[in-house]
Design a protein around this ligand. Sequence first.
Ligand code: GN1
Ligand code: MG
Length: 377
Amino acid sequence: MRSTKSLFRVLKEFFDVDNIIDITELKSGHINSTYLIEFPTCRYILQLLNNKVFQSPFGVMNNVNLVTDHIRKKVIYDGRSVQKSVLNFVKTRYGQTLAIVDGEYWRCMEFVEGGITYEHITSPKIFEEAGKAVGDFQYLLHDFHTRLLDDTIPHFHDTPYRFERFKELIKNSNDESRLKECEKEIDFIMAHENIMDFITSRIENKEFPRRVCHNDTKISNIMVDEKTGKFMCMIDLDTVMKGSLLYDYGDALRMGASTAKEDERDLSKVGVDLELVDAFTRGFLYETRPRNNTIYITDAEINSLYYGFLIITLELGMRFLQDYFENDKYFKVSTRRPKHNLERARNQLRLVEEIEKHKEDIENIIQSNKKKLDELV
Ligand code: GN1
Ligand code: MG
């Protein structure tokens, strides 16, 4: 945690710091640093943007501001609560949503009161709501033009591009001990070469539309109402860019429908909870059902949702392994776990195996939910 003195220097850009009663660090994300700032009657979130990962912080905030303005207009139009349905950023005394202090980029937003996020889910009811949140995000942004958004992390979910970088890394690595240690994982990734471009090639040839996507839909980024258990909104909008809806569907399952945490070392615990896949799919397809003459998800996309789950998990396994080779320069690791990124990679690649094992079950779940919905609308 940064010293209170240095945090106060940042907070002065946003607030009268004499009124602050407490500051605590929240340790959930792998990229940014996050603090809860408490005043007598309200709370805010202060965040340091990791500018190694986000090389254009103003580009990120420009995307986030455009998208939250659009969502805000829409939820007001629909008669929904602004406080519950969208992130609201605090401006600095210069009217900006970023404060630059000692060359670092900070932003601040209202704490979404009454909301809760999960690191691990076991309740199908809650996970169905998570599915609704991801589907609702599509509903809210389907009429927002992808070209208005900067590519703040180029090639973010460009799996074949990431695979090429991974192959280069392995080819050029002289780290014999890590190459040996990771032989099995490397072979496993290489054996999946054919599947890497399943989604991107279909976007290229226009089989799947390019959409505005969240791109980081893990369950800890989905806010649920603590009292009612209903979804509220998606948080962590830093990676909102054009992309494929399949990745948004899959990324939520990757973390939410796994029977183990993302960094569980005991791989025998890693599996796919089909009841949770069913619950999430039900909520997701419900919110993306066609209405008002609008198609929020095409049949071609629905029929390939399984590949979203499979490929995002494979991609992340590859990213964690790459970061292990690159000495953890990207993902934060626990100081007590020197091989944290390798353990995460092994976990995700095991999950890939489990997803493949359950291909038929997962596809049946998707089709039966589609069918039930077709009967409904
Ligand atoms: C990172 O910052 P956080 O923890 O929400 C990462 C995602 C990964 C995720 C894995 C910008 O997200 O892509 O899926 O870790 N975000 C970025 O837990 O790389
Ligand atoms: Mg993030």
